[in-house]
Design a protein around this ligand. Structure first.
Ligand code: CA
Length: 388
C-alpha cells in the first residue's frame, strides 16, 4: 500500500522545491508518441503514418495559442521528492477549467502543423494539436454515442471546473488497437530533460479485457517525444514524424490462480528510439520500462491519481537515456541506459512535444455491443528539468 503519511511528508518538501523554481519561463519544449511490446502495433491508428502524416510547411509556432492558465497557480503544487534538487521550469499547465467545451467534430480529426482536417478552428487554448480516430461518433450516430476527445464539466478533478475526458471504444482483435484520442503540446523548443504529469480518473468499474484471452490490455496516456520541425505531431513508426519517443501506458493484469482471479495494475513505459527508420524498436534493447503499482485500486477505484514521467533522451550513441515514473508522487520505476539516440543521430533530437491520451488495446465487449467507457485527465503540467 502507498504510505500516505510518507507521501504527505514528501509533498511538503516538494512544495518548497516548486516555489523555489517559480513558474516564469525561460525555456521551451515539444511532443511524443506510443506503442508496446507483446501486442502488435499493426492496425494502430496512431502508429500509422498514412493518415495526416504529411510534412508540414506550416510554422509550428503559428498554431500555438496562448496558454490557458497563465497567471494561475496550479492546484497541485507538489512534485516528486526526487525532483527537489533539480531546477524545474514550468512550460505548460492546464486545469481545463477555463477552456471552452470541446469535442472532436468528426470521427477522424487530424489537427497539427499544416494538417488540418476538418478546419481545426476549435483547438483548445494553449494546445497545438489534436488527433482522434474512432468508430462511433455523434456526427452520424447522434447522442447515443460519444466523441472520443472531450473537454467538459462532467468529470472535473476537485468537483468543479472541467477536465479532459477520453472515451474508449471496445472493438478490435489481439493485434488491433481501438479508438484513439490525443491532445498535444509542442514546446517552444527541444529540451534535454522533460517532466510531465497528469491526474487521471478511471471510474470504479472501468472494464478491461482479460489479458489471457485478448493479449495484454493497454491504455496509452502520455507520450514525450521529438517531432520533426514543423511536422504533424501524431505520426509514429518508421515512416512517421516522431523519434525518440517514450510512452506511458496503464494496464490491468488478471492473475488466475487456484480458481481465484486477482487483479494487478501496472504503469509501464515503452521506448522508441532514433533513427525511427531503422531503430524505432531500439535494437536489442527491449524498450520496456516496467513499474508495478497497486492494482485495481489504481485503475478503476473512482479516485484521482497522479502520474509523473521524466524523460531524458541522452546523447547519440551514449545509451544514457533515462525514464522515471511516479505514481501519486512515489517513484515506481527508474530505467537508465536507454539507447534513445543511436550513434550518428543528431544530438538535437531532444524532447519537444508532450501528448496526452492515446490509443487503447482494450475490448471487454464484442464490437456489436458498441461499448464505450471514459476516463478523465486533469491538472496537467509540463516542466523542463535543469534547462540549459
Ligand atoms: Ca479541472
Amino acid at each position: 500500500m502507498l504510505n500516505s503519511a510518507l507521501r504527505c511528508a514528501r509533498y511538503a518538501l516538494c512544495c518548497v522545491a516548486l516555489l523555489a523554481c517559480g513558474d516564469d519561463d525561460t525555456a521551451l519544449s515539444d511532443t511524443g508518441a506510443n506503442d508496446t511490446d507483446s501486442v502488435s502495433d499493426t492496425g494502430s491508428q496512431s502508429d500509422s503514418g498514412s493518415d495526416g502524416g504529411s510534412p508540414d510547411v506550416g510554422d509550428a509556432a503559428a498554431d500555438t495559442n496562448e496558454p490557458a492558465d497563465t497567471g494561475e497557480t496550479p492546484p497541485n503544487d507538489e512534485l516528486p521528492p526526487e525532483l527537489a534538487t533539480r531546477t524545474l521550469v514550468l512550460l505548460h499547465a492546464d486545469t481545463f477549467d477555463d477552456q471552452d467545451d470541446f469535442q472532436n467534430p468528426t470521427r477522424r480529426s487530424f489537427c497539427s502543423g499544416s494538417t488540418r482536417r476538418p478546419e481545426c478552428d476549435d483547438m483548445p487554448a494553449g494546445w497545438t494539436g489534436y488527433s482522434v480516430a474512432e468508430r462511433w461518433h455523434p456526427e452520424d450516430m447522434g447522442d447515443s454515442v460519444e466523441a472520443g476527445l472531450q473537454i467538459n464539466s462532467a468529470n472535473p478533478r476537485g468537483g468543479s471546473g472541467k477536465s479532459l475526458v477520453i472515451w474508449d471504444e471496445s472493438y478490435g482483435t489481439p493485434s488491433q488497437w481501438g479508438s484513439d484520442a490525443m491532445l498535444s503540446k509542442r514546446l517552444d523548443r527541444a529540451y534535454r530533460n522533460v517532466y510531465a504529469e497528469y491526474w487521471m480518473y478511471f471510474p470504479e468499474g472501468y472494464r478491461w479485457h482479460h489479458a489471457g484471452e485478448h493479449g495484454i490490455n493497454y491504455a496509452k496516456i502520455l507520450r514525450l517525444s521529438h517531432v520533426d520541425a514543423g511536422d504533424y505531431a501524431f505520426s509514429y513508426g518508421g515512416d512517421g514524424t516522431n523519434d525518440p519517443v517514450m510512452i506511458v501506458n496503464t494496464h490491468l493484469w488478471f492473475v488466475d490462480r487456484d480458481g481465484t482471479r486477482s487483479e494487478r495494475g501496472a504503469l509501464t513505459g515503452v521506448s522508441r528510439c532514433s533513427p525511427r527508420a531503422t531503430n524505432y524498436r531500439c535494437g536489442d534493447w527491449s524498450g520496456s520500462i516496467r513499474g508495478d503499482v497497486e492494482s485495481v485500486a489504481v485503475y478503476g477505484d473512482g479516485e484521482w491519481h497522479k502520474v509523473g514521467a521524466l524523460m531524458s533522451a541522452g546523447s547519440p550513441g551514449g545509451e544514457d537515456g533515462v525514464v522515471t515514473l511516479w505514481f501519486d508522487n512515489v517513484q515506481v520505476v527508474e530505467t537508465r541506459n536507454i539507447p534513445f539516440l543511436a550513434t550518428g543521430v543528431s544530438a538535437d533530437r531532444q524532447i519537444n512535444t508532450v501528448t496526452f491520451g492515446g490509443n487503447q488495446h482494450n475490448y471487454p465487449e464484442p464490437e456489436e455491443a458498441q461499448f464505450e467507457q471514459w476516463y478523465a485527465i486533469d491538472d496537467v503540467r509540463i516542466f523542463a528539468v535543469d534547462p540549459e
